[in-house]
Design a protein around this ligand. Structure first.
Ligand SMILES: NC(=O)c1ccc[n+]([C@@H]2O[C@H](COP(=O)([O-])OP(=O)(O)OC[C@H]3O[C@@H](n4cnc5c(N)ncnc54)[C@H](O)[C@@H]3O)[C@@H](O)[C@H]2O)c1
Length: 447
């Protein structure tokens, strides 16, 4: 039998048979009996972390790795060999070497941790090769590539997953549970964002990819040429789950406004020698981009992108409804602490700590995997998302953050650029589901 066809048929038949969206979520089923073989593309800073997390999962092996930077490729190969005892095959002679990896017969799934502009082209190629694809977060380059992602999914029915680990944050999953139980009443308004001082990282580069620190990297290039919300999904993903975006609701339009661009120039002036080659870059990206999204069901979302000024980290989450409000900032100084006010339950006009609510409304996923998750990156979220991706492959299910989510969340970037470039004009949001959002049911965090 041709194993390549057999594996592709295995994936396609299961998913197309419609065993996908119903029942207990894969992550809770604990069916860990069949070995799943994965390939990794892009093993720099993030890819290495995800590789380590993935290899902690039972019955998962990494049989192929691809990176165009020889140092990272060799390090990934050595890491896998040391952990698993078997050396994975390596790919990376040229920029399209990943296509050779995708030709392999033995791979069930692909994990993509490359620079932003490669996420969707690589995801699409993996799906066309019949392999489940998980891609790291970032902005889409254009709305067209988001449409291409959807077209590919609808033609192949091979699932992909956006690795939006922030949806798995413990507090976000508890809040989602509370939203679904109606504790906040009808949701009216939310805020979210990505507030992270990345000045040094953007100006100089991180140095974990092919360019050394001091030369810039892909994030520097995007900041130099683009001007929009370039990292929308960490903020918007968890809020989209609360608002049932694509599943009973959808984004109708957005407007975006960018502040002036000063943060990186000031940082460069304060920290780099006068003759440093990266001191006088003309950054196109505004320091703070504020996007307002209007949903079909009437909710508004304010999304902030703020990575170029001094500030402690925050994701600015707030969920507000007719019966109460949960907020990540306010009186609490840490991003892991939050406050809540529920009408008729909380002391009148006073914030309460979220801690006791966290315990009471702990999501079942967290109840099941607390110890394992907490030992992994980003507060356990990396473990939970990779575990779920692998479970979906094993159980032939569609993924809980699917092609439609990836397209809509990542498209915020190019659409915010369009709004900014046209004087903060309202931009109609494409319906990537072609009307199916009206009857689609939620698929994330069930249980
Ligand atoms: N979800 C999270 O919490 C989180 C955290 C950090 C980074 N990220 C995301 O992960 C991605 C990678 O970030 P990073 O910091 O690891 O970057 P990095 O520069 O350290 O690594 C990228 C790797 O991709 C490789 N690469 C580039 N072109 C390639 C090609 N054509 N084929 C194969 N490999 C190629 C590079 O050589 C490099 O090793 C980004 O999208 C970033 O936004 C997500």
């Amino acid at each position: 039998m041709n194993t390549k066809i057999a594996r592709r048929d295995f994936i396609k038949s299961g998913v197309a048979a419609g065993i996908s969206l119903s029942g207990t979520p894969a992550i809770l089923q604990g069916k860990d009996d069949r070995e799943i073989k994965l390939g990794f593309i892009g093993i720099g800073g993030r890819g290495t972390g995800m590789l380590k997390t993935t290899m902690r999962l039972p019955n998962v092996s990494v049989t192929a790795v691809c990176d165009t930077f020889p140092k990272n490729l060799r390090a990934a190969q050595a890491l896998v060999e040391k952990t698993q005892g078997l050396k994975p095959e390596s790919y990376g002679d040229h920029e399209l070497s990943y296509l050779d990896l995708l030709e392999r017969d033995d791979l069930d799934g692909i994990v993509i941790c490359t620079p932003w502009e490669l996420h969707l082209p690589m995801t699409i190629a993996a799906m066309k090769a019949g392999k489940y694809a998980a891609t790291e977060v970032g902005p889409a380059s254009s709305v067209n590539e988001c449409r291409e992602l959807i077209n590919t999914y609808e033609e192949t029915r091979v699932p992909c997953m956006l690795l939006e680990n922030y949806c798995y944050f413990r507090y976000n999953m508890a809040v989602l549970k509370m939203v679904r139980q109606g504790l906040f009443g009808e949701i009216i308004h939310c805020t979210c964002g990505y507030g992270h001082d990345l000045r040094e990282r953007i100006v100089l580069g991180k140095g974990t990819g092919p360019t050394s620190k001091g030369e810039g990297d892909y994030r520097s290039t995007h900041n130099e040429y683009r001007n929009g919300d370039l990292y929308p999904t960490h903020g918007f993903g968890p809020i989209a789950q609360c608002l049932n975006i694509q599943r009973g609701n959808r984004i109708q339009q957005l407007t975006s406004t960018a502040s002036k661009s000063r943060g990186l120039r000031q940082w460069s002036k304060d920290n780099l020698k006068a003759d440093h080659k990266r001191r006088n870059i003309r950054w196109n990206q505004g320091d703070v981009v504020t996007t307002t999204l209007k949903c079909f069901n009437g909710e508004t979302v304010v999304l902030t992108f703020d990575t170029r000024l001094p500030r402690p980290m925050s994701f600015m989450y707030q969920v507000q409804g007719t019966h109460g409000i949960w907020m990540q900032d306010g009186d609490s100084s840490s991003r892991n602490k939050s406050v809540i006010y529920l009408d008729g339950k909380s002391p009148h006009h006073q914030w309460e700590s979220f801690d006791s609510y966290q315990e009471k409304y702990e999501h079942p996923v967290w109840k099941s995997y607390l110890d394992e998750a907490e030992a992994s990156g980003h507060g356990g979220t990396d473990f939970l998302e990779m575990r779920e991706f692998v479970s979906c492959i094993r159980d032939k299910k569609t993924t809980p953050i699917d092609a439609y989510d990836a397209a809509a969340w990542m498209a915020i970037a190019p659409l915010s650029e369009l709004s900014i470039a046209t004087g903060s004009a309202p931009v109609a949001f494409p319906d990537f589901t072609n009307g199916a959002w009206m009857t689609n049911k939620p698929i994330f965090g069930l249980g």
